[in-house]
Design a protein around this ligand. Sequence first.
Ligand SMILES: CC(=O)CC(=O)C(=O)O
Ligand SMILES: [Mg+2]
Length: 223
Amino acid sequence: MASSRPLARFWEWGKNIVCVGRNYAEHAKEMGNALPAEPLFFLKPSSAYLREGSPILRPYYCSDLHHEVELGVVIGKRTQAVSQEAAMEHVAGYALCLDMTARDTQKECKKKGLPWTLAKAFSTSCPVSEFVPKEKIPDPHKLKIWLKVNGQLRQEGETSCMIFSIPHLISYISEIVPLEEGDLILTGSPSGVGSVQEGDEIEAGIGDILSMRFKVAQQTRRS
Ligand SMILES: CC(=O)CC(=O)C(=O)O
Ligand SMILES: [Mg+2]
């Protein structure tokens, strides 16, 4: 049965945010990582969502907050162990996303063999654009995604360069984490990730289809 919940506001009710890592060879290289043989993924809580008009908060424990611009895929119907051939039938549309990362914390977590929760799942770590219905993007593997900080271009990637395609990701992930209507998959960052400081303005877009802006602020710790 079709749901009455508006996908145009998926961030208000979508449950799972699944983030793919190391899906662009140039980004894996700049981070000193080997190319994955299978998709690598981790989760963010839905409390990580952020919409334009509110600032990205650098966590109090982080001194190196990085931007990662990524194409997001919004799921339109329940998806469990779907084949690659049928995967795109489960897509409702797309959004531009930032996988904000506490890079210094992530490095510490990696060194200690700890999960990446502190580095990737903090409040405001998933700024998202408006929803773009799939009819407006006939081929999601032919998009340019870009990101500027204070007007300077930092990231420009072609979604054709993903190591694992969107059907491959949906098929692989849905066998492990069944996906629900309104869930979001972040498909990985192209190269050019870097630091942002308090007061910086991030602008990011999908070609000339859409753009979004966010300010960066410092989280103050409750004492
Ligand atoms: C190295 C990472 O943080 C992985 C990741 O999120 C990516 O997009 O790649
Ligand atoms: Mg990422």
